[in-house]
Design a protein around this ligand. Structure first.
Ligand code: SF4
Ligand code: SF4
Length: 243
């Protein structure tokens, strides 16, 4: 008797009319860690029947195994599995390439479009001192963004309006935030965040619940909204004529 029943989303848009779920029985791998990850389950499924899924690092860093396990977005390699029945689905809101692999390229284009490379008016020759708390609890955390796009997949604003709307989305906004909080960057990142639709975010906090880097995305956005409002940057009815 297998310990895990894996219900796996299967869909090849080039040949299938509609997605289906296929059930596989997988034995528990009882290694010394005492933990089995969702990704290990998928490896076992793939040995039974070829599966479209993506992974690389096995250690929560590369972002390629982001998907929904039991309905929750996350990294499969960092999602511990208990014996029992589990469902495996692709990240919501992205076109399916095959089975659990989705096309995230539009979201990556958004990230590139905000240009988060550091901007200074003259070459940096010395490093400024930086507040430890800001560095360790915020900037370093932002630096750990895996670009997994789990936050995009749960963001109601992005899911309702798509990536063509005013809001650039949580990941790209965190890129802007990283430079806004960075004491070296000299560009007006607050104005950029307003242009990138920061006030479209209603601070629902769904992104915070799934971020594998534990970035307080909604909290950072709330602080930037507050700062922008204090600077008189909060848009009125026709905000984008300003830019
Ligand atoms: S808090 Fe903002 S960015 Fe996060 S999920 Fe909600 S609307 Fe999207
Ligand atoms: S902010 Fe968090 S959830 Fe969003 S892409 Fe980065 S690591 Fe993933």
């Amino acid at each position: 008797m297998a310990d895990i029943t894996a219900k796996v989303f299967k869909y090849d848009p080039s040949v299938d009319d509609a997605p289906t779920f296929v059930t596989y029985e997988v034995d528990w791998v009882d290694d010394e860690s005492g933990i089995m990850s969702a990704l290990q389950v998928l490896h076992a499924v793939n040995e039974q029947e070829q599966l479209g899924y993506d992974w690389c690092c096995h250690s929560g860093l590369c972002n390629r195994c982001s998907m929904r396990v039991d309905g929750k977005a996350g990294l499969a390699c960092w999602t511990p599995i208990e014996p029992g029945e589990h469902t495996f689905e692709p990240l919501a809101g992205f076109p399916v390439i095959r089975d659990l692999v989705v096309d995230k390229s539009d979201a990556y284009d958004k990230l590139v479009s905000v240009d988060v490379s550091i901007k200074t008016s003259s070459p940096m020759t010395t490093a400024k001192a930086i507040d430890f708390d800001l560095y360790w609890n915020t900037l370093e955390r932002l630096n750990m963004c895996r670009e997994c796009m789990c936050c995009y997949s749960v963001c109601p604003k992005i899911q309702e309006e798509g990536l063509g709307g005013r809001f650039v989305g949580p990941t790209a906004m965190m890129g802007i935030a990283q430079r806004y909080l960075d004491t070296e960057d000299e560009s007006d990142r607050l104005a950029q965040s307003v242009y990138a639709g920061i006030f479209e975010c209603d601070l629902c906090g769904e992104c915070n619940k799934v971020c594998p880097a534990y970035i307080g995305i909604a909290d950072i956005i709330a602080k930037m909204q507050e700062d922008a409002e204090a600077r008189g940057l909060k848009p009125g009815e026709t905000p984008y004529e300003l830019y």
